[in-house]
Design a protein around this ligand. Structure first.
Ligand code: SF4
Length: 355
């Protein structure tokens, strides 16, 4: 039997029920498909499920999301990480509303011109939402194809080969179901460890299985260790217990998110004296005992926390300064790194409302 047909037959019996999926035969809502695909980048299905439901309750249509304030969207995204996705989500909703009458277009090229939509997401929307024969390739699909065709070239070198092999298999009939079937096969049967070849609809054709090497594929080039960067964050508390927060610039890492004032991040550790030149106020800064460590995709950061109290009573200061009692931090969009710093600083400092 043709590989696509075999996979579709398996999918009809074993498809996963996911909050963003429609029942068989029903037409998917492109807004839901897009929203789920953006959320699922870098995040697992169980984590995304709750966020997806909350987003839909709050913004049931793309038009509603386009009319939301960016801050509201960033706040609702809090905890999902990779905040550029939330900013792009919002920008994309506005562009689609303004330029495409509120409907995500079906062509991959038009989709890729929108903020936050790369090759994978464009193909997923074209296939799943519009049933176009687009080739949808993510890490799961790369693994399945590498095993099916016993591709031993390591990733990422093998990417173009795997894409071409996946494209050869993409059918003209039911391409949306096929794309989801392949994702399900990778997620539930052809898993990274111990692939369940006995339950696989492609077992008879699978070269990796036949050669007894399936679980060693795909090969990968050894990862380079992530560089470690350093900074100092400032925990400045007023007499009324409010702590100084500030908003990061809109562009760049964690753009638009709320943070403790911080020195620039650099390759060498900071001494407290040189760091305080970047402090929000000249006062008696004390370094807390341990640095706080956090991993980003391409580097790790180690932040020392310097704490001080101030007599300042007004809300004056730099643009973007926010004085807020720790008990009300949850009203702001704090990325995971800031929440780690806040938890650590609050444990080491006492003060009204610091918990
Ligand atoms: Fe993956 Fe095994 Fe199926 Fe091959 S037979 S595609 S290795 S689950």
């Amino acid at each position: 039997m043709h590989l696509a047909q075999a996979l579709l037959g398996w999918y009809d019996r074993h498809r996963r029920r996911l909050p963003w999926r429609t029942e068989p035969g029903a037409r998917p809502d492109p807004y839901r498909v897009w929203l789920s695909e953006i959320m699922l980048q870098q995040t697992t299905v169980p984590v995304v499920a709750g966020y997806f439901q909350r987003f839909l309750e709050r913004w049931p249509t793309l038009e509603a999301l386009a009319h939301a304030e960016l801050d509201e969207v960033l706040h609702a995204w809090q905890g999902l990480g990779y905040y550029a996705r939330a900013r792009n989500l919002h920008a994309c909703a506005r562009r689609v509303q303004a330029e495409h009458g509120g409907c995500l277009p079906p062509e991959e090229k038009a989709l890729r011109a929108l903020p936050g939509i790369g090759r994978y997401t464009a193909a997923a929307i074209a296939a799943i939402a519009h049933d176009r024969p687009a080739t949808v390739v993510d890490g799961n699909v790369e693994r399945v194809i590498a095993r099916l065709r016993a591709v031993e070239t390591p990733l990422p070198t093998a990417k173009p080969t795997l894409y071409a092999l996946a494209a050869e298999l993409t059918p003209e009939t039911r391409p949306g179901d096929y794309a989801q079937a392949l994702m399900d096969l990778g997620a539930t049967v052809c898993t990274p460890r111990n692939p369940g070849c006995l339950a696989c609809p492609w077992r008879d054709a699978c070269e990796g299985h036949a050669r007894g090497m399936a679980d060693t594929l795909p090969r990968r080039l050894p990862k380079r260790p992530r560089p470690l960067r350093h900074g100092v964050s400032f925990w400045l508390m007023r007499a009324d217990g409010a702590v100084l927060l500030r908003r990061r610039p809109e562009t760049g890492l964690l753009g638009g998110m709320i943070e403790l004032p911080t020195t620039p991040w650099r390759d060498q550790p900071w001494g407290l004296a040189e760091a305080t030149a970047h402090a929000p106020e000249a006062c008696r800064w004390q370094a807390l005992p341990e640095p706080v460590r956090h991993g980003f995709t391409h580097f790790e950061i180690e932040l020392l926390v310097a704490a001080a109290e101030t007599d300042a009573a007004s809300d004056g200061g730099e643009d973007g300064d926010i004085w807020c009692p720790p008990a009300r931090f949850s009203e702001h969009a704090l990325p995971t790194l800031t929440r780690k710093l806040v938890r650590y600083a609050a444990r080491h400092r006492s003060g009204p409302g610091s918990g």
